[in-house]
Design a protein around this ligand. Sequence first.
Ligand code: GLC
Ligand code: CA
Length: 563
Amino acid sequence: MKAEPDRKWWKESVVYQIYPRSFKDSNGDGIGDLKGITEKLDYLQDLGVDVIWLSPVYQSPNDDNGYDISDYQSIMEEFGTMEDFDEMLAQAHSKGLKIVMDLVVNHTSDEHPWFVESRKSKDNPYRDYYIWREGKDGREPNNWGSCFSGSAWMYDGQTQMYYLHLFSQKQPDLNWDNETVRNEVFTMMNWWIDKGIDGFRMDVISLISKPAEFVDGKAGVEGYASFSDAANGPHVHEYLQEMRQKVLNRADTLTVGECSGVTLEEAKKYARSDEKELNMVFQFEHMDVDADEGNKWTDKKMDLRDMKEVLTRWQKGLEGVAWNSLFWENHDQPRSVSRYGSDSREYQEVSAKMLATCLHLMQGTPYIYQGQELGMTNVPFGGIEDFRDLESINAYRELTEQGVYTQEEMLKYLRYKSRDNARTPFQWDDSENAGFTEGTPWIMVNPNYKWINAKDQIARKDSVFSYYKELIRLRKSHEIIVYGSYDLLLPEDPDLYVYTRTLGSEKMLVICNFSENTRDFTLPGWCQDSANIVKLIGNYGDAGIDGSMRIRAYEAVALLCKI
Ligand code: GLC
Ligand code: CA
């Protein structure tokens, strides 16, 4: 007898990520805000998602668009007030939508009062809240580079020591080995839980426990070593179990850890099904298949076989022991339709739907990043002045100054991979500024809003938006989509991603063409008896089911077979 699936509401849910700065501006200052989100809750309810993950809305000097927090218990002025937040939360709940907050506690802003105190003197009570070290031979304590270029250590003249910042200089890393720091974080989290929020997405949570010694790593092209040794550090599981006991167990939360550098073995601990730590993790191996030996700045296209190998390893590896999060996009990634599909007029819609099919029918909780449900594309940025993201701007400066790339090359790579591709305003309609703002948007609007926008797609039955609605609806009516086991077919095929899901006496067959080539495909023997086959969804309206099928450019089809 097969065991019954371990049912959980957060496995059956679909999460929608909002990047508040770019979602909807309610007061004409060009910056999205909380009132804007409240205005658009009906849109999300119509789409059918269950949970909203809000990128940070806390007070922040915005060095890294809110991922540098100076007060965890107040709202960024540009986004509104705590009353606006409470109103948004209440309205969301009344519409059956849950709200998950972004928890950014690997680091704070350097303008957070804890850090302002910490840097004052070596005996300040807050000194040990952060990671301070003496220099080594007149240089940084080790050769780690920051994620946003330059050294991961910043010299502070006041006390003549260095502090660690894995991200920007304005994001000093907290010292999680200090119990007082942990308790401060837990108290703050409990304050939000008491407000009624429904969970946390935990920013770079795999990095919180630093190694006991900061030894040099192997230096890369820019002369710095990656800080990958900081991932999955010695006490990270201990600290998360403590968080589980002191905070998370107090409510029925959804928790997802952003785990850079996570391996399958580590993920089984973070996302263990006995719920001692988190519900699920974001892993990033599938975001690296189109990198060039770890270097993100390239326009290399992925080989689908690599993608299938990575995703299948995670699908099979976590089956029954932990839980996957499924994503193609977030605020740190370019648009998937431009990256893995096609953003040409001809194929933008069909390939956006194909990508959605492939992802939503795997095992795990699907995440939709704002605009993905319209098939929003990468952006035709002009020069470097069009970019806003500090990662992009710093990388451009560093790599062109060092002569690693010319300015033209670097701009080409930024247009393909920059995080800003995901951060341009949501395309609500075809009026000026895509209906995002009545003022001047903080970052350019993608000019293709004239033909890619929500207003048009809501009205159209064959739109990408309507297709997402249908995928979400299917998830609610077919247990196999949530709980079925996964198996890959045709691992060596360069164009087709074909997999099955199996639950009880049902089997689902998912066929996705990642290329423009038309391909013949013969249905497997167990799926030949037409009396027992139902077509669940497909992105070419007319496609019939036949023992031998013709799979057209970017075609996707899912069949349900009784076995
Ligand atoms: C995470 C966030 C990213 C941010 C970084 C530092 O990776 O998703 O946007 O820049 O952490 O907080
Ligand atoms: Ca605004």
